[in-house]
Each structure stands twice: as C-alpha cells, then as structure tokens.
Design a protein around this ligand. Structure first.
Ligand SMILES: C[S@@+](CC[C@H](N)C(=O)[O-])C[C@H]1O[C@@H](n2cnc3c(N)ncnc32)[C@H](O)[C@@H]1O
Length: 206
C-alpha cells in the first residue's frame, strides 16, 4: 500500500502534462481533480471536505493541508482499513467505512457549517459492483436539502451519468436539481459536475 500510493502520486505530474499536451486522453488527470477540489474549497471558504470513495486515499493525501476536517467514505473494508491506518495519526482526517448513501446522510447531520462534497464513488459503474441508481439522488437530496445552506458539490465522472435504466442524465441534472433545490448553479467542466449556491464566487482554474 505505501509503495502503491507513492507510485500513484509520482505519476500525477506526467499524467497531467500528457493530458495538457495531447488532445487524448480526454480523461482529466487526478492532479486537475485535486486542483479543482482545492480551488472550490478556497473560493467558497469551506473548511470541511467530505469525499465519497476513498480508494487509495490520494485525494485525502493531496488535500490534507487545505481543510480543517476531512471525512472520506469507503465501502470496501480492506481499502477503508488501509486508509484508516495511513491517516490514523492525523486528527483532522476520518475514514468512514460503509455505503456512502447510508453514511453520508448520517454524517451530514453532524455538520454545522457548509462543506465541500467530492462525490467520487463510482455511482453508475465501479468494478462490477451491483449498481444502486438511487445512490446519487439520495446523497444529493441529503446535501441540498440540509438545513445548513452553502454546501458545494463536485461530482466526478459526469460522462457516466447517461440515464441508465431511467436514472438522470448529466443534461437533465441542472433542471432537475434547480426544480427541487432552487438557488443553485449547475455546470459541467472537465467532466466534473459543479453545484454551487447561486451568486457565489466562481472558481477560476489555471
Ligand atoms: C474512483 S475511486 C475513488 C477515487 C478517490 N476519490 C480519489 O479521488 O482518489 C471509487 C471508490 O469508490 C468506492 N465505492 C464504490 N461504491 C461505493 C459506495 N456505495 N460507498 C462508498 N464507496 C464506494 C470504491 O470502492 C472505490 O474505492
């Protein structure tokens, strides 16, 4: 695990420059995702990050100095155990093991201030796991319906929201969300859906 994490981290810069210099691959590199999450946190003055899908803890490791509290939710018990061990010494970080659609609505009850949500738990496809198409709507309802206003949501892999079996497509997302939760701005850039409170500062990335 430590070797794999170091190997992955070393690859972030080549991956980023490969993406910058070539038209392909279109898949945004992890470094760009890290910068996007960091930038949204800064622009919206958010001190808490909630991530779904810890995986090898790359996002947590990259952003551990940018937030006061980081919660990361992972359903795979082995990945969660390794990440817990890795970040055990850091009191700002908590790895929560469980299904994000169950853990996130519980966790949010304890938040008293707006937070940044990085939703990245392979919502419509992940390693052949059975898909629960209600996961994303369940988590969005918990976040956007929460009594604390001002949460910001970033959803990775926008291109996977393809309306499978009646689930919402990325094109339907803005109208569906704003119909239920007015006062939000929704846009997709670099394959990341960005849901921000209307009239809030926009993130500008280099
Ligand atoms: C794309 S990876 C996450 C990458 C990570 N967020 C990052 O930026 O480095 C997706 C992760 O989501 C986890 N996952 C899949 N379904 C989940 C669920 N229902 N609840 C929590 N985690 C889930 C997978 O086990 C995997 O570790």
């Amino acid at each position: 695990m430590p070797f794999y994490s170091a190997y992955k981290a070393l690859g972030h810069y080549p991956d980023y420059w490969y993406w910058k210099l070539r038209p392909y691959p279109k898949r945004p590199p992890h470094l760009l995702k890290q910068r996007t999450v960091r930038e949204y946190g800064k622009r919206h003055s958010l001190r808490t990050l909630v991530e779904t899908g810890t995986y090898h803890g790359e996002m947590v490791a990259a952003l551990k100095n940018d937030f006061d509290h980081i919660f990361s939710i992972e359903c795979d018990s082995e990945l969660a155990r390794r990440a817990s061990r890795r970040f055990d010494a850091n009191p700002k970080i908590r790895i929560l093991q469980g299904e994000s659609q169950v853990v996130l609505p519980e966790l949010i009850k304890s938040l008293a201030e707006p937070a940044l949500f990085w939703l990245d738990a392979g919502y419509y496809s992940w390693a052949g796991l059975p898909r629960d198409l209600q996961r994303l709507p369940t988590e969005l309802a918990a976040i956007l319906g929460h009594s604390v206003r001002g949460h910001v949501v970033l959803i990775d892999d926008a291109d996977t929201l393809r309306g499978l079996e009646g689930a919402m497509t990325v094109d339907e997302l803005p109208s569906r969300l704003t119909a239920h939760y007015p006062g939000r701005h929704v846009e997709v850039i670099d394959n990341i859906v960005r849901i921000t409170p209307e009239h809030s500062p926009k993130a500008e990335l280099d």
